[in-house]
Design a protein around this ligand. Structure first.
Ligand SMILES: Nc1nc2c(ncn2[C@@H]2O[C@H](COP(=O)(O)OP(=O)(O)OP(=O)(O)O)[C@@H](O)[C@H]2O)c(=O)[nH]1
Ligand SMILES: [Mg+2]
Length: 358
């Protein structure tokens, strides 16, 4: 899962990156930093303990700390544009902290304004992409053979529809486009299609009220493709450098919520509309994701293409059922270990063992 951190300059993007990665980023080209964060999962830890797995592989999010986008109206370019097009979601850091020694590029702190303005920037950016693609299509369709003309016509109809929506101020990420349409749009790098987590970066004195701010903004901005969270990035970045006991003590003193950074990552998973499944064995207890609605065959492909190719059947059990029975053997004896075929729809928390033959 790839997450690009975006927002105005001095919004606190790098501070958020440091808070989430505990300062473990590495510089890549340009002004970009990259860092991986593991998402702790209690279910996986319990399963690992059950089978005494030597290794635990939780879900991982790759974070990209980018420089401010759309400065002086220029669209993203170079490595930033590439990172954005590959990102599964955007983490939009919106400044809500006041600080005289760190000027806000717009002269005042107004998170609702900044959030709206950023959406307008990406809408404008995407309109440019759509227009250019439509112009090109127009030329190819006119000179195409009948079969190709039909495909081109379908794409044109889709782009015309999107253009109308973007023009009306609709945020495409909150629309239910169907999978084939999304696939068709996959290569264009439309930013307004990316799910977005809006992160309100509140000041230190506001940290105890973060939950209330989050609730307020959730009501105003959240939708199917948009989530909201609030935290004080500077405080979290400092806490990330302490031991967990010290950090907990500090949080109590500050009146800050527990484990804010993990909560943020949990929201990312929620936003991406994926389900988590597990494979467990003595060597590795592993968490994986597939898009919601994915089949057992797709899950097999996530693990390894060979396993997908040689798929015979899958043994499936819910993680808590497995813990309840204590082993696959016991679960099978009680008829709780199910045998499923390729078409089975993976459920959240399934423990899957794919039997395959290559
Ligand atoms: N008081 C306070 N200061 C913060 C907070 N978050 C960030 N800052 C400060 O704001 C300044 C800018 O933060 P950065 O994290 O560098 O912001 P950025 O968005 O990465 O900025 P650019 O990369 O220059 O676009 C730094 O001096 C931070 O210490 C916060 O939650 N509270
Ligand atoms: Mg920065």
């Amino acid at each position: 899962m790839d997450l690009a951190i975006v927002g105005l300059s001095a919004a606190g993007k790098t501070t958020v990156f440091n808070a989430l990665t505990a300062g473990h980023g590495s510089a890549v080209g340009g002004a970009e930093q990259i860092g991986a964060v593991k998402i702790p999962d209690e279910r996986l830890e319990k399963l690992a303990a059950l089978v005494k797995a030597k290794k635990i592989t939780p879900l991982e999010v790759t974070l990209h700390d980018l420089p401010a986008l759309f400065e002086r109206g220029a669209p993203p370019s170079g490595s930033a544009a590439e990172t954005l097009s590959r990102a599964d979601a955007l983490l939009h850091v919106v400044r809500a902290f006041e600080r005289d020694d760190v000027p806000h590029p717009k002269g005042s702190v107004d998170p609702a304004r900044d959030s709206q303005a950023f959406d307008e920037e990406i809408a404008f950016n995407d309109l440019g992409i759509i227009e250019r693609r439509l112009e090109k299509l127009d030329i190819t369709v006119r000179s195409a053979r009948p079969g190709e003309r039909e495909t081109g016509g379908r794409e044109k109809a889709l782009l015309d529809r999107l253009r109308a929506m973007v023009n009306e101020g609709v945020r495409l990420r909150n629309q239910q486009l169907d999978a084939s349409e999304l696939k068709e749009l996959g290569n264009f790098g439309l930013l307004s299609l990316k799910p977005m987590l809006i992160l309100l970066n509140v000041g230190e004195s506001d940290a105890p009220n973060a939950a209330a701010r989050e609730a307020d903004y959730t009501e105003r901005f959240a939708a199917s493709g948009t989530c909201v969270t609030a935290l004080c990035a500077r405080l979290e970045a400092e806490l990330a450098e302490l031991s967990s006991e010290e950090a907990a003590e500090f949080r109590r003193e500050m009146g800050a919520a527990e484990d804010t950074t993990h909560a943020v990552l949990g929201k990312v998973v929620q936003l991406l509309n994926v389900v988590t499944f597990f494979t467990i064995g003595e060597t590795d207890a592993h968490a994986w994701t597939v898009p919601a609605g994915a089949s057992a065959l797709q899950a097999a492909g996530r693990i390894h293409t060979d396993i997908e190719r040689g798929f015979i059947r899958a043994e499936v059990i819910a993680w808590d059922k497995l813990l309840e029975f204590g082993s696959h053997t016991e679960a099978r004896r009680h008829g709780q270990l199910r045998t499923e075929g390729k078409q089975y729809t993976v459920r959240e928390g399934d423990v899957i063992n794919v039997l395959f033959n290559v």
